[in-house]
Design a protein around this ligand. Sequence first.
Ligand code: MN
Length: 302
Amino acid sequence: MSEADILSARDVPLGGTRSMTVRRTLPQRARTLIGAWCFVDHYGPDDVTDTGGMDVAPHPHTGLQTVSWLFSGEIEHRDSLGSHAFVRPGELNLMTGGHGISHTEVSTARTTVLHGVQLWVALPDEHRHAARDFQHHAPAPVRLDGARARVFLGTLAGETSPVRTFTPLLGAELVLDPRATVTFAVDASFEHGLLIDQGRVSMADTLLDQAELGYLGPGRAALTLTNETDSAARVILLGGPPFEEEIVMWWNFIGRTHEDIAQARADWMSGTRFGEVKGYDGDPLPAPELPSVPLKPRGRVR
Ligand code: MN
């Protein structure tokens, strides 16, 4: 079978009061989605004792779920549902924006090294106005031959996450033993993405370097990964059946049309729809200006 596509990261400054740069591999020109996964930001390891780390003021989301997963550090989360939670290594926090939510993310004073991923899931049209929701799950590690996995969404190696999603999804952290080759069954109807956090790992005879995202289309009943280094390698495996709808992504919103996005922006700026975050010391983030040309829907086929 064919080799994996390699999606390289670009550096994106997050802005805000503290400076932080992330490596973004999705979306990009060559690919908008992997299953319903539509956004992959990877950051750190950053020593934040001087920079202060992450401080994202109240901002809105619609039409999507956010997935926060850390390797190191701690982030305090507050949202307009009233959730107040701490994101910690190995623990999934999944927030459903649905019709509209707002939240803040601040790395805690205890944090010295901040390292993790922020992922978004596009909601299918029939559920994109779902109610706000927040779920937390700390998956027990499961042993594979040559690796250890934490399955935060979906099913892998006989382990199934209890976290509810609106489309079938796979999300797991794998730590591969030095030089190990690991083979495991996957759903053949899924396409997959493999983000390399640490080390160099081959998938489908394609060598992936640190911070790269490998992509494989559907039609495989098993994946084989090889750690090409003498140290443990850490990866994030994402999957899902191809998402057949076209979406419009802009700032923190997902819609189906330019008008959906313009409405969400207007609602945020007028202080309606997204609720209020309590307990954050600072002003909400203003939305950027809409581009002068209409936003165009994008899908898996370009
Ligand atoms: Mn957010």
